[in-house]
Design a protein around this ligand. Structure first.
Ligand code: ATP
Ligand code: MG
Length: 128
């Protein structure tokens, strides 16, 4: 998972990590980092042909993020339930995006969408 720039900028790291812990996830790896534009483009390369790709990669590289690897039974789907819909307008009450996201673009957190991508993204952030 990542805590995205909009949330780090607003001092929400502690609140979001607390929500994650209270939902029963174990934090396996954790770091504060600042993605370069090229790293943001690489991370979100599946979206390279989408109209929002430029805004997305500018946003993801504009200030620091937190990257973490989490552990829980059915972690991918459980985490997506915890964060809620991509667009905070559609996110269920109590989810992280409902509580903290600004917009569909600046939506405070990232969660992997499959076990396979979770593995790829873990190696991206924690190659050692
Ligand atoms: P993430 O992958 O960041 O967890 P997601 O899986 O809910 O989010 P994706 O469809 O993978 O959503 O889109 C990746 C990110 O691109 C979104 O989280 C959001 O920041 C941005 N994004 C997606 N769709 C739009 C859009 N229509 N307009 C602006 N930004 C968008
Ligand atoms: Mg996604």
């Amino acid at each position: 998972m990542m805590i995205k720039p909009d949330a780090v900028e607003r001092g929400l790291i502690g609140k979001i990590l607390n929500d994650i812990s209270e939902a029963g996830f174990e934090i396996i790896s954790l770091k504060l980092t600042h993605l370069s534009i090229d790293e943001a483009k690489s991370f979100y390369s599946v979206h390279k042909d989408r109209p929002f790709f430029n805004d997305l990669t500018q946003y993801m590289s504009r200030s620091p993020i937190v990257a973490a690897v989490l552990k829980k039974e059915n972690a991918v789907s459980e985490f997506r339930n915890l964060i809620g819909d991509t667009d905070p307008v559609n996110a269920k009450e109590g989810t992280i995006r409902a509580k903290y996201a600004i917009s569909k673009g600046e939506n405070s957190v990232h969660g992997s969408d499959s076990n396979e991508n979770a593995e790829i993204e873990s190696i991206f952030h924690f190659p050692n």
